[in-house]
Design a protein around this ligand. Structure first.
Ligand code: ATP
Ligand code: ZN
Length: 483
């Protein structure tokens, strides 16, 4: 795609679409706030990584060498995003009687399994917060004199020492939106701990010595330090869910400004990154899906119910990342059907050798795809362009295959790796095996061939009683599905 339009991305810091202009020629450096590994990720969390993945794939497609970092937060994230409450991991460990390190390892693995199931590319680097304690202390030390003060609870950052504090959130007031609980001695309501001292008489499973006493780093400090260490300030893009726009990222930005001695945020690069991007929430009718609320949907539950995990990726792609997306089982079912249709379309191209995607018959759809992705990752429009390529008639199969593969490299549905059988996920509570279903269907075929319709109907009814719907004449060629 030679004349691809330049990539425009929505910068939450300026609230404007801006062209992507790399800090380092030919490179794109992206930092994505990772999960706090005190529990299983829910599918809302995974929306954040599916979005970051599409961003990374788009940058690669545009020809930039991508350097992507996703961190793993294994310490420091308090039960309140601001400044009060307990460490989420310490709390989970106390409740389970397990070691905090064991908990972190278990949920990190679970997270990575979801990453793989959603065909999210692994970042160049996973950075684990507890591997960066030394540099965190060094970072904090370098800003402590000018920007911080000590209280009993640890080292606090004085937000009045940097310009434009809270610009990213747009709503921070003197009271810090009234959401931040008072800690005795804080100079400003929005001040936050960058090092939390372990209270006297207590020990934590995770604690380290520092110039401010034994304790643990603050969550905001972690991301500032890993971003700086691994990508250098300023890097290109920082991503996270929209909740991070309110507290976590404004605090990261304040620290970054302090660290580089930067002035006003009128210069976006002074924030540590040129562009800050935020995905909107996955919601349920009852509200935002959230780990802390205790009830949430895991990707594994979708799989247990018989939905292929990439149907969820499809569901995410159907919405713009900046729009709220409401989860429903009907919506997931529709996304699954759409994905199946695409896989059926691809089926006919499996034997083809991919050629050159440029072809006059595909030019319009390919241009539409390129324009959509360049327009702040408009994946819903891009999906239609992909379907239009698949539906193009009387065209060389190799050309078509190349065009589909090119688009799918950006959207990441992994179409050529998927087969019809992959969609026959048996719900966990299914009462019949696939081999048994196939055997019954064969018997039914024979009954029909012998015009014994009573027998054929009886077989269909007995399958239905076991949760299997026989789909005669299904246009997609699916002969049966699990209800
Ligand atoms: N419902 C949601 N929809 C989309 N993204 C979300 C949702 N909930 C959290 N995120 C994002 O998921 C990523 C990982 O979040 P993290 O593991 O820190 O979640 P958490 O704050 O512990 O959990 P929760 O917010 O669910 O209690 C973050 O970028 C966060 O903004
Ligand atoms: Zn972060």
């Amino acid at each position: 795609m030679s004349d691809r339009p330049p990539l425009q991305l929505f910068n939450s810091l300026t609230r404007k679409l801006e062209p992507f202009e790399p800090v380092h020629e030919g490179e794109a450096r992206v930092y994505t706030c990772g999960p706090t590994v005190y529990n299983y990720p829910h599918i809302g969390n995974m929306r954040a990584y599916a979005f970051a993945d599409v961003l990374g794939r788009t940058l690669s497609w545009k020809g930039y060498a991508l350097r992507h970092v996703i961190n793993i937060t294994d310490v420091g994230h308090l039960t309140d995003d601001a400044d009060t409450g307990e460490d989420k991991l310490e709390k989970a460990a106390a409740g389970s009687g397990k070691s905090i390190w064991g908990i972190a390892a278990h949920y990190t693995e679970a997270f990575k399994a979801d990453i793989a199931a959603l065909n999210i590319r692994e970042p160049a680097q996973w950075s684990v917060a507890t591997d960066y304690i030394e540099p965190m202390i060094a970072f904090a030390r370098s800003i402590a004199d000018e920007h911080c003060y000590e209280l009993e609870g640890g080292l606090y950052f004085d937000v009045s020492t940097v310009k434009d504090y809270g610009r990213l959130a747009r709503a921070v007031t003197e009271e810090g939106e009234g959401r931040i609980e008072a800690v005795e001695g804080k100079r400003n309501a929005a001040d936050f701990a960058i090092w939390r001292r372990t209270p006297p008489g207590e020990t934590r499973q995770m604690e380290w010595d520092s110039p401010w006493g034994r304790g643990a780093p603050g969550w905001h400090l972690e991301c500032s330090v890993m971003g700086e260490k691994l990508l250098g300030f300023p890097f290109d893009i920082h991503t996270g869910g929209i909740d991070h726009r309110e507290i976590h990222h404004p605090n990261e930005i304040a620290q970054n400004q302090a660290f580089c001695g930067c002035g006003s945020l009128d210069e976006a690069a002074h924030s540590g990154a040129r562009i800050w991007m935020h995905n909107n929430f996955l919601v349920e009718r009852s509200g935002k899906m959230s780990k802390s609320s205790g009830e949430f949907l895991r990707l594994q539950l979708l799989i247990d119910k018989g939905y292929h995990p990439l149907a969820y990726r499809m569901m995410c792609l159907q919405a713009h990342y900046r729009s709220e997306l409401e989860f429903s089982w009907e919506g997931l079912g529709a996304a699954l059907t759409r994905l199946k249709r695409m896989v059926m379309g691809v089926d006919r191209l499996r034997g083809e050798k991919a050629g050159e995607p440029a072809h006059p018959k595909l030019a319009e759809a390919r241009a539409r795809f390129a324009t959509a992705m360049a327009d702040d990752l408009n994946t819903s429009v891009a999906l239609v362009a992909l379907e239009d390529v698949l539906a193009t008639k009387k065209i060389d199969g190799g050309v078509k295959r190349a065009a589909v593969e090119e688009m799918d490299r950006v959207l990441g549905l992994d179409l050529f790796a998927l087969e019809r059988e992959d969609f026959r996920l048996r719900p966990r509570d299914a009462q019949i095996t696939e081999a048994e279903i196939e055997a019954e269907l064969l018997r039914r075929k024979e009954a029909r061939a012998a015009k014994d319709f009573a027998a054929s109907d009886a077989i269909r009814d007995s399958l239905a009683a076991k949760g299997v719907e026989v789909m005669d004449g299904d246009p997609l060629g699916w002969e049966w599905k699990l209800q």
